[in-house]
Design a protein around this ligand. Sequence first.
Ligand SMILES: [Zn+2]
Ligand SMILES: [Zn+2]
Length: 255
Amino acid sequence: MPRFVEAARHAGVAAARALAGVERWLLPPACLLCDGQIPASEGDALICGLCRSRWRPVSGPWCGRCGQPSLAGVECRLCSTWPAGLERVRSAVWLAETARLAVHHLKYQGWWRIAEALAEAMCGLEPLTGQVSLIPVPLGARRLRERGYNQSEQIAAAVGRRMGLAVRADLLVRVRETTTQTALTPEGRQANVLRAFRASGAAGLRCVLVDDVFTTGANLAEAGAALARGGADSVEAVTFARAVEMVGQPSAESR
Ligand SMILES: [Zn+2]
Ligand SMILES: [Zn+2]
């Protein structure tokens, strides 16, 4: 690590992140995930085409509501306990290999600009049809302070720019900090996020929640219920990735 970045770590995480961006700008472009060269034709992309080509799209048949691949005619165990409100969730790719690495860099390494590549993969998702309003899933105040930004807001902004959609980060607030979801069972996660969100100003809007990773959907379902209580016309959700796991096996990543 260059000395000036190291020095900045003492000055504060935010400063280190800013300098990491400068460092990136000064060096020849290399993929953040594999260190391979990024051709000039890809502009200032952070992730090379090869790494992006390894992202495995989530494909059907899936549960009409939560988007989890399922067998036709079998009741979905993932979303059957969700509160009313959230109508449909779709995810772009499986959270594996380079997709997992990309999310890790976005959430834990300060590389907020990776959101551009994630957004590109999400643009074809069904809920992003027509003039919907994008609602980033809010972070708790403590995590927002630690991270310096909300990764979901970065993704929503990038999707909004690409598709000409409004981003409304002002409609949904997290009223209760939830504990890390990682160690919880699906039932525990549901209880953990119960009434964790409050919405205002959503009346009459077609809302699409935006998040980085879908694990059990408990968070999204609660956020969706809050928007529905707030009078939203419809509530759907999109995520970049979907955790590759059976329900009940917590993911390695947490919010
Ligand atoms: Zn790469
Ligand atoms: Zn389902």
